[in-house]
Design a protein around this ligand. Structure first.
Ligand code: MN
Ligand code: ZN
Length: 497
């Protein structure tokens, strides 16, 4: 990741940048605090330019105007915030992203953080800062021939605020979260020859700097524990499998932890049930769940969250070779239950089965949330707008739904039930790992549920949201880092002392 944004927080007593950013309502009225910097004729300049360009001050829309001669700035950038009466609908992170999209590379801009018709809180301005930063993320370290060098030059954003110490304080937690999202994006974007299980584990171990306890379990230890379902997936790869346990102890000793589990298939060929060639390169992102958990642990530790949290990720590479797992194989999972392999491409659930069982057994968590790019079928059901949510607990499901609405990382609850569960019964073993196309996301979730006891649990199927993601005001990256903000919010709203 390259840092393409220089963010400064300064008092509103001067402007120093080349460009001036002003927020305007649908009536094209700027905030009173901005008016003095616009200079004489500012309002009529805005009115004429807006009319010519049909700019209506719609939320997140923008217009760039060349400043008249003699102005203290070179360009005036207007960004709409919509009607004054609809403030509650305004997403300040997206607003920050929309502003960032209009800033010039290698240029500096004063952003007057004031709204027409109403105060803006330090927390809201901090969200703007978060949006600015997330929008400026770029993963370009493998591009040695940057065609236009200025594209890589940093943008300088000077947030002009009424109370800079309050904003700086509020921004601290947002920077921790941004760091977590960026880490998750980096991990997803990395090529699979660079990021394989051992390397992923090494990157997770870097969280020790933030005070996270990191434990790396190698194949010998995993064998001893009995994670045969997970090991079966990795056995066709030259790369060894790993399980990483990350612990952030931000609450009192003995406080029950919350737990997050991630699928980390660093590359998924499908194994012997090999995938078609077209688009297979995207399967480097089949570790987005593990990336999110790692990014979340970064965020929680960096902002010193008052919670005990455990992150456990299962890291394997699914390859076909002479030692690879076959369709028809029967493996015994850590739970003691036997699994008939129908399709070696339904490997994520085999990894998660062992990691879920291990986590609930060892840590007795308050709840478990797992994230996985688990099924293509979730894209058929929900497209890329929502992650699929499956849960055995209504309260946890509701909290995730609300946190999703608040962060824009939305989830939609899908059903679980006995009739679906029956679909994964096997002729030869306790269960089979694939039940065919119908209800493919649901039967995958049923499979996971067979490895969860009474612990409140939620499974997020992020195959549609974790990679190849929709372009938004705060994300232009292939690996979105989806879920870090959602789960950080879940923790902050309900589980911090
Ligand atoms: Mn697969
Ligand atoms: Zn997979």
């Amino acid at each position: 990741m390259s840092q393409r944004l220089k963010l400064e927080i300064k008092a509103m007593n001067a402007i120093a940048g080349e460009d001036l950013v002003v927020l305007v309502s649908d009536k094209l009225i700027p905030a009173p605090a901005a008016e003095e910097w616009l200079g004489e004729g500012g309002r009529s300049l805005i009115a004429r330019a807006a009319a010519a360009e049909r700019f209506k001050g719609k939320a997140l829309s923008g217009l760039t105007i060349l400043a008249p001669e003699g102005a203290d700035y070179e360009r005036l950038i207007l960004v709409g915030v919509g009607p004054e009466g609809e403030r509650d609908k305004l997403d300040f992170a997206l607003l920050g992203g929309a502003i960032a999209g209009r800033l010039g590379h290698g240029r500096s801009a004063d952003i007057i953080a004031a709204l027409p018709g109403g105060d803006v809180s330090a927390a809201e301005i901090a969200e703007i800062g978060l949006g600015l930063r997330l929008r400026c993320y770029a993963f370009n370290q493998y591009k040695t021939k940057s065609r236009d060098a200025e594209q890589s030059e940093a943008k300088t954003a000077i947030l002009r605020v009424a109370d800079s110490s309050a904003v700086k304080k509020a921004l601290k937690a947002r920077e921790a979260i941004a760091g977590g999202v960026e880490l998750a994006r980096d991990l997803v974007n990395e090529p699979p020859n660079v990021l394989y299980p051992e390397e992923f584990a090494e990157r997770a171990a870097r969280l020790e700097k933030l005070g996270v306890e990191v434990e790396i379990l190698d194949e010998k230890q995993l064998k001893k524990i009995g994670m045969r379902a997970l090991l079966g997936v990795g056995q066709g790869s030259r790369r060894e499998s790993r399980v990483v346990v990350m612990r952030w102890n931000g609450a009192g000793k003995g406080e029950q932890p919350v737990a997050f589990i991630g699928k980390g298939v660093t590359f998924d060929t499908g194994g012997i049930s090999i995938k078609p060639a077209g688009g297979m390169e995207d399967m480097k992102g089949d570790m987005a769940g593990a990336a999110c958990v790692t990014g979340l642990m970064h965020a929680l530790a960096a902002r010193k969250a008052k919670v005990n949290a455990v992150g456990v990720i299962g890291l394997v590479e699914n390859m076909p070779d002479g030692n690879a797992q076959r369709p028809g194989d029967i493996v015994t999972s850590l739970s003691g239950q036997t699994i008939e392999i129908i399709n070696t491409d339904a490997e994520g659930r085999l990894v998660l089965a062992d990691v879920l069982w291990y986590t609930q057994d060892r840590f007795k968590p308050l709840f478990m949330v797992n994230l996985a790019t688990l099924t293509g079928a979730i894209l058929v059901a929900l497209a890329q707008e929502n992650a699929g949510l499956f849960s055995n607990n209504d309260e946890l499901a509701e909290r995730l739904f609300v946190a999703g609405k608040a962060t824009g990382e939305t989830v939609w609850r899908m059903p679980l039930g006995a009739a679906y569960d029956k679909m994964i019964d096997s002729k030869f073993a306790d269960m089979k790992n694939s039940a065919g196309r119908h209800g493919g996301s649901i039967t995958a979730a049923q499979f996971l549920q067979r490895h969860v006891n009474d612990t409140p649990w939620a499974h997020l199927d992020i195959a549609g949201t974790g990679m190849g993601s929709l372009s938004t005001e705060i994300n232009r990256s292939w690996g979105s880092g989806w879920g870090v903000r959602l789960l950080d919010r879940l923790v902050a709203d309900h589980y911090e002392a």
